[in-house]
Design a protein around this ligand. Structure first.
Ligand SMILES: NC(=O)c1ccc[n+]([C@@H]2O[C@H](COP(=O)([O-])OP(=O)(O)OC[C@H]3O[C@@H](n4cnc5c(N)ncnc54)[C@H](OP(=O)(O)O)[C@@H]3O)[C@@H](O)[C@H]2O)c1
Length: 323
């Protein structure tokens, strides 16, 4: 698979990466062995960029990703994230340097690695200056325990301030045919030479042939409450997805492949990380790396979804603010 450069510090990734979150969080019950088989198939098919986080099961997802990739550790890039506080009744943020140090030590242990390839701050913590966060990650980079620094859901001012302390290689934020807000940040990323990782590139599974109304999902599946799957938005998103599927069919592709190819066509500094727990879907998604879209295709896609889908990507209170 094509390799893409992310940032200016030497980070390279396969054009399509793999997001492991669903094996432990967000989309209802999972099977660990199926997850491991899917990760290994991704590697066989040329995926080299794997995404996990402390948040995804407090070590559980890192353990699974580490175990799946142990036989090929030197051929892959493993990214994880810190920044949450699990001690209260509600999930909080905690990017205090002492907490980052504790989480990184845990991540190294759960992943079973000597070095974390990409370490992201998962959410900006309004109580900790970003300079302190970047300085703490820099300590790890200087000590050889982390290779590259990433931010997730950060805005322009935070990105610039962090980058001045420790160069940022990647920003990771939701980006798909449904979610276009992050496009306002692409110019600053390009000015600073920072790469972009598109999470939930399939609109949490809507941009496939498998979307169902929210009420049809398991109650532990976030799509049971995600606004894009609820009545009113669901029908409009489904209609757009069907039109995209018709266009994809003319190219011998699926709608999921079209959605991923569209992201790849937005710039060679962009790497989408679709998530799936099934080998067959993984194979379908990876094949999108070979789907070229021309100007006519892109124009037709823009006519179907000129500004994105219908319904917010997070409920009020969970939606990150980009300072
Ligand atoms: N930084 C952040 O705050 C943040 C937030 C969210 C996600 N992420 C990262 O981004 C990765 C990807 O995002 P995501 O998993 O939320 O969303 P996504 O990739 O847009 O969609 C994943 C969902 O789509 C389904 N799916 C995938 N391929 C499919 C296909 N070809 N046909 C039908 N259904 C398919 C999956 O189901 P099955 O698993 O059942 O196949 C899963 O439910 C995550 O794994 C995580 O690593 C980061």
């Amino acid at each position: 698979m094509e390799q893409r450069n992310l940032g200016q510090q030497g980070l390279k990734a396969s054009a399509l990466g793999y997001g492991a979150m669903g094996i432990s969080l967000a989309y209802g019950p999972s099977d660990e062995n199926e997850g491991i088989a899917t990760i290994r198939r991704a590697h066989e098919l040329g995926v080299t960029f794997f995404d996990t986080a402390e948040l995804y099961g407090q070590g559980e997802n890192e353990r699974i990703v580490g175990a799946a990739l142990a036989p090929v550790r030197d051929e892959v890039v493993i990214a994880t994230k810190f920044g949450f506080d699990f001690t209260g009744t509600q999930l909080g943020l905690d990017s205090r340097p002492e907490h980052i140090r504790e989480v990184v030590d845990n991540s190294l242990r759960y992943l079973g690695v000597d070095v974390i390839d990409v370490l992201y701050q998962h959410r900006v913590d309004p109580n900790v200056p970003i300079e302190d966060v970047a300085g703490t990650v820099k300590e790890f980079i200087d000590a050889g325990k982390v290779r590259y620094f990433g931010l997730s859901e950060a805005g322009e001012s935070t990105i610039r301030r962090a980058h001045a302390v420790q160069p940022v290689s990647v920003l990771q934020t939701e980006y798909s045919l449904f979610e276009r807000d992050v496009e306002i940040l692409l110019p600053v990323l390009r000015e600073l030479g920072i790469g972009f990782v598109a999470y939930s590139p399939l609109g949490r599974g809507f941009l496939t042939d498998q979307a169902k109304p929210g009420a049809a999902y398991d109650p532990t599946d976030m799509r049971s409450w995600d606004a894009r799957f609820q009545p009113g938005n669901y029908e409009k998103n489904l209609e757009a997805t069907r039109s995209l599927a018709d266009l994809a069919a003319t190219k011998g592709a699926t709608v999921a492949q079209l959605a991923l190819a569209w992201l790849l066509a937005q710039g060679d500094d962009i790497v989408p990380i679709p998530g799936t727990r099934r080998v067959q879907r993984l194979e379908e998604n990876v094949a999108a790396a070979g789907l070229a879209l021309d100007d006519t295709d892109l124009k037709q896609i823009a006519e179907i979804l000129p500004t994105g889908g219908f319904g917010a990507r997070y409920p009020e209170g969970m939606l990150p603010t980009w300072d």
